[in-house]
Design a protein. Structure first.
Ligand code: ADP
Ligand code: MG
Length: 402
């Protein structure tokens, strides 16, 4: 290969015998396509797929281990690539070539067979088809790359938004017990008896415990491992709820928590974030007080142990017209205080951990919304395995599954 071709997308011509290779390359060049000639299919393995426009092979290239090398090249292609390949074959006249050609055709999907001797126009039109198909594949790859990069950026930005909210919440939460501590210390200083001072001291210790609890749970949120593992989901639910205690009190929201030990095979950090999203939404929905119900229990779905996590609020509910849009990026009804990424991310997280997210909601009195997460306790349960599976009902009304 000449160095000038090293990073240029090109056709590779594998024609080990005679002048075929030279002629094909000449034809390609005159038609405006870059090409390179190699002696064996094995040499193709070293070339980055994005630089391969297609392969043009002659029968001889598939002999002496050529077909195995060809299969290897095809298997090593990235998901976006279906490498266009053109085989020039004399199979019609030579039985041994006919055998390799038919084997190649059976095993390699993207193969075009052309009988030798090939007319120039035939070869050029096959090359044109191969070239167009490759351009389409590269466009799809670029679009997919762009999409996953922007999804990743959105995930990060929602994580940052959550971090910001958690920090504001922590400062706020710590402030209350700090104020109480200040008052209690003042009382200790001015107390008339040792006994009185002692009881104020005990209350002060409780407030200190509260501060350290808040700091501890906030730090857990940031330190939680991202790698999946066998995780006690009930502990996660309690920990996530701890972060909202102050807000619940302020808004006169009663919490009803009923947790049984239930395990999920999941990323602790991700599920923590999903829970904080769902609890945050429930709290936002109850501006004037209400009940926040959190249930965790183990359930068996199709013989597979799952942790079921329910977060229910008695807020205004979700109007039918917007239910379609809930999981779309940037959909929010909270103006500038919302990001519209919480549910999108939550669904993504639950799916990535092999689980399922469902919700039901009603706007008529008594109004409210219930989100339920099912997390399998074993690794590698694909969401599709749960699809169509009867998931135990968590309430009377039919649920939407997303
Ligand atoms: P954000 O909370 O930033 O608005 P989300 O993706 O978390 O973004 O939620 C999208 C929208 O879904 C919210 O703006 C709200 O309208 C609606 N929503 C989510 N959870 C609830 C709930 N528990 N009760 C009522 N509406 C909800
Ligand atoms: Mg939200």
């Amino acid at each position: 290969m000449t160095d000038s071709l090293a990073n240029v997308p090109r056709f590779l011509v594998v024609a080990p015998i005679g002048r075929d290779g030279e002629l094909i390359c000449g034809l390609l060049n005159r038609a405006g396509y870059r090409s390179e000639r190699v002696q064996h299919v094995r040499q193709v393995e070293a070339i980055d797929s994005a630089l391969l426009l297609g392969l043009i092979l002659t029968d001889e290239a598939l002999l002496r281990g050529g077909i195995e090398a060809f299969q290897k090249v095809i298997r090593a292609q990235p998901v976006w690539s279906e490498l266009p390949s053109i085989l020039l074959t004399s199979g019609a006249n030579e039985p041994s070539y006919a055998m390799v050609a038919s084997r190649a055709r059976m095993e390699i999907q993207s193969l075009i067979l052309l009988d030798r001797p090939v007319r120039k126009e035939m070869l050029l039109s096959a090359i044109q088809v191969a070239y167009n198909s490759r351009q389409k594949q590269l466009q799809v790859r670029d679009a997919t790359d762009k999409q996953s990069r922007s999804d990743e950026a959105l995930r990060k930005s929602e994580q940052l938004a959550v971090t910001g909210r958690m920090m504001a919440t922590m400062a706020h939460e710590v402030n209350n017990p700090l104020e109480a501590l200040g008052n209690l210390l003042f009382l200790v200083e001015n107390s008339g008896s040792l006994e009185e001072a002692h009881s104020f001291g005990q209350l002060a210790t409780k407030e200190l415990q509260r501060i350290s609890e808040i700091v501890d749970h906030t730090l857990r949120f940031h330190r939680a491992p991202a790698k999946p593992g066998f995780t006690d989901v009930s502990e996660l639910a309690i920990s996530a709820l701890t972060l909202f205690r102050g807000k619940l009190r302020e808004r006169h929201i009663r919490e009803r928590i009923k947790v049984e030990r239930a395990f999920g095979y999941c990323s602790e950090g991700e599920i923590r974030q999903a829970l904080v999203n769902l609890i945050g939404n429930a709290v936002d929905a109850m501006r004037d007080g209400g009940n926040l119900r959190i249930h965790v229990s183990p359930v068996s779905i199709n013989g597979v142990e799952h942790a079921r996590l329910t977060i229910a609020d008695t807020g205004a509910g979700i109007r039918k017209e917007i239910r379609q849009s809930l999981f779309k990026q940037f959909f929010t009804t909270k103006g500038s205080s919302g990001t519209g990424l919480g549910l999108w991310l939550t669904r993504d997280i639950v799916r990535r951990n092999g689980g399922k997210l469902r919700f039901r909601s009603r706007t008529e009195t008594p109004s409210g919304t219930v989100f339920t997460i099912y997390l399998p306790a074993v690794p590698d349960v694909q969401p599709s395995q749960l699809r169509g599976e009867k998931i135990p009902q968590t309430g009377r009304r039919a649920a939407s599954t997303v």
